[in-house]
Design a protein around this ligand. Sequence first.
Ligand code: AMP
Length: 633
Amino acid sequence: MANQQSDYAVQYQAAQQNPEAYWAEQAGNINWFSPPQTTLEALPNGSHRWYPDGELNSCYLALDQHLATRGDQVALYYDSPASGVKQAISFRELHEQVARFAGTLKGLGVTKGDTVVIYMPMIPEAAVAMLACARIGAVHSVVFGGFAPNELAIRIDDARPKLILTASCGIEFEKLIAYKPLVDKAVDLATHKPLHTLVCQRPMLQADMDPARDLDWYDCQQGAEPADCVPVQGKDPLYILYTSGTTGAPKGIVRDNGGHAVALNYALHNVYGMQAGDVWWGASDIGWVVGHSFIVYGPLMGGCSAIFYEGKPIRTPDAGAFWRVISEYGVNAMFCAPTAFRAIRKEDSDGTLSKQYDLSSLKRLFVAGEKLDSSTYHWLDDLLGVPVIDHWWQTETGWPMTSPMMGWDNPSASRLGSTNKPIPGYDIQVVDGAGQPVEANETGNIVVSLPMPPGVAWDIWNQPQRFTDSYLTAFPGFYHTGDGGFKDDEGYVYITGRTDDVINVSGHRLSTGEMEEVVSAHPAVAECAVIGMQDSLKGQLPVGLVVLKGDVDIDPDVLEAELVQMVREQVGALACFRKAVVVQRLPKTRSGKILRAILRKIAANQDYKMPSTIDDESILGEITDIMHRSGMI
Ligand code: AMP
């Protein structure tokens, strides 16, 4: 094989010069029921879809295709320090469970194209649920278990599921979180009423059941016939995954079957360097895109054994939890958000606990989801002595946009602060506000030339126009990532942060607009802005800047406590909204728009240009003073 530079250059060029030929060749690496006749289809809004008419089934690729060759190999290692349970589930066993559950869903009236919401903790039944939907061509929408009922209800009303699948509880450290009452409340709040709620009763907490609506997970499988894989088209949706956008309502990102399967196969081998039989650990949650791509579908489609971990990096039982899992299962490569390692380091700064374990199986550590700070990078690099690889992607893309290519002879070297070079298929450009390319090392908006490669979303559920407006309109001819950053002279990409009102708390993407809606609903609040502040552990934390109504007299501490509680109840604990500061007024344009971008810059201690449209410049000084006094900066 050629050396690293030529390999990368050759592959990258090939994908640039003839995307259709490049990705047609990659499509040949997966098992279609009927191969696509069309490789690339341009859509009227400027986006594209791949392999629209190929026939396949994502569950077949994850399970059935392996039965003859690796049926007895472990597909999922379920490890739950949270509940004290460990299970090794083979491809054959998982196939049996999934086929039976798929038959059960069918029996309950779920057919191809129907939607099913999954609100579950990290138990194997959750993976079974996802794969069973895929098997019968139903579209799953997994909602992260940390979201409050109100957020779940919004997603239920948008996805309009036939069924909701849940469990009696999740476990946060030693605390049981009863899921079923949250689901009940969400169903009450939602306008759309699913036919049934299927409840997986966990031994540590039994949920109350409403006989008219609720079904027991295992009872309802009695007598169900295993279901076969239903062929779907490449363009058919596999799942909807809601993510935060600039406006309050979450966006239902739609993932297709065909492009997704080809992209995951490509990424598993070339980005992550995994081979069938290897042990892979995506240390995240099925509620996020990484959980879809690289806990469930990617590793299983590639014949890897995947770790399914229900625990935390710390206090389960200690900050050696991750090292224990790596050594116990011989993990070959791992993926995680940097925040987990910051938490481990806080508890065990010398990494002493890692010395108790044999970590020799681990060849590479991948991090993404938020910025990798240099201090955490050095700590991991010194401790583990394996490549620590920062790479960059988003819910919308479903797989990485930049990364060194591991499957190739020599991956391109890491460059601290950079998420590495564009992966073949991604033509990444940095442009100014007018869409003009900026010079190397100059910061701007990070965009990707169309067509995007397979696997990247091309639709928002029920709102195709919103897809166009969100991603294709600001910079015609490009996909707008919403991230800012720059490229250096050699094409390495550096992500500096979001350019919109999205913040990243512990690798979780959240909309400040959603929190502003909750904060503004407090009777004492006239208006507010929620912005992200840097945090050494969680990356960013939201802070509310609140203007009180004129006639209100309320103790700021009481107000803060009430707002914290409201955000917790309506968005969820994952938002980590803990601080609200009263200000006299907020900076605005003459037309009355709050200048959030300026607030973000003040909060980040960055220089800013006074916007020509500002109504009253003196407010910025006031806000800076308040941020200083309240310890925000
Ligand atoms: P999500 O869609 O929840 O996966 O969040 C995607 C966002 O997380 C991106 O748009 C970036 O803002 C951020 N992100 C993901 N990976 C990285 C990374 N390696 N470095 C910096 N930010 C990242």
